[in-house]
Design a protein around this ligand. Structure first.
Ligand code: SIN
Ligand code: FE2
Length: 214
């Protein structure tokens, strides 16, 4: 089916929903991000963005923080979900009601009703920051989808298959676009190419990734 035909099926009044693979959806211009960005700043005031370390001791180019009961953290010891911010020892800031509402609406729009995220990873990309190809597989219940919200500068998302070696599809993501993946696509490899802000546009991209971690 063509992308156009799939959009038609969703109805003219709804924002376009494009199924890129079985269980992998792009909701174009799904949300007004201005209020989201204000809340990102509030979260960051309590749990600062930081460049986490990965296994080999390298620092990630993407800066991260979290809100909600569980936060994703990485150090030379490996990565895990933690109920507290290792930098402060305090619980992560609460997940704003607006975030929860958005995650649930997006999941439902993609055919995953009843999503109850308990973790929201917030990524911040400056010029040149990228996220290597990976799977989201640290969550306990892989029956729950991932909801990923793009804010600010446009980025190129790389959508792979269930094996690392499979070809990658390049997917431009704009401000307000939301990806939802679950079911047979839950463990697809994905990543984000080095951010190249467009002249005159925002120089930073934020991304909210909602998960049911525990
Ligand atoms: C992620 O895979 O955690 C983030 C994806 C994105 O920034 O779009
Ligand atoms: Fe991911």
């Amino acid at each position: 089916m063509t992308e156009e035909a799939q959009q038609d099926l969703f109805g003219a009044d709804e924002p376009p929903r494009i199924e890129l693979a079985e269980g992998f959806f792009l909701l174009k211009a799904f949300v007004d991000t201005a209020p989201l960005l204000a809340q990102v700043q509030q979260v960051a005031a309590a749990a600062a963005f930081r460049h986490m370390q990965v296994g080999g001791g390298k620092q990630m180019s993407v800066a991260m923080t979290n809100c909600g009961p569980w936060g994703w953290t990485s150090s030379t010891a490996g990565y895990r979900y933690s109920a507290t911010d290792p930098q402060t020892g305090r619980p992560w800031p609460a997940m704003p009601a607006r975030f929860m509402d958005l995650a649930q609406k997006a999941a439902s729009a993609a055919g995953f009703p009843g999503f109850e995220p308990d973790a929201c990873l917030i990524n911040r990309y400056a010029k040149g920051a990228s996220l290597g190809l990976h799977q989201d597989r640290d969550e306990r219940d892989l029956g729950q989808p991932i909801v990923s919200v793009s804010i600010g500068a446009e980025a190129v998302f790389q959508l792979g298959g269930l094996k690392r070696s499979e070809p990658l599809r390049q997917l431009p993501l704009r401000d307000g676009d939301v990806l939802v993946w679950g079911g047979p696509s839950r463990l697809r490899f994905h990543g984000v190419k080095a951010l190249k802000p467009l002249p005159g546009g925002p120089d930073t991209r934020h991304n909210l990734t909602f998960r049911k971690a525990q």
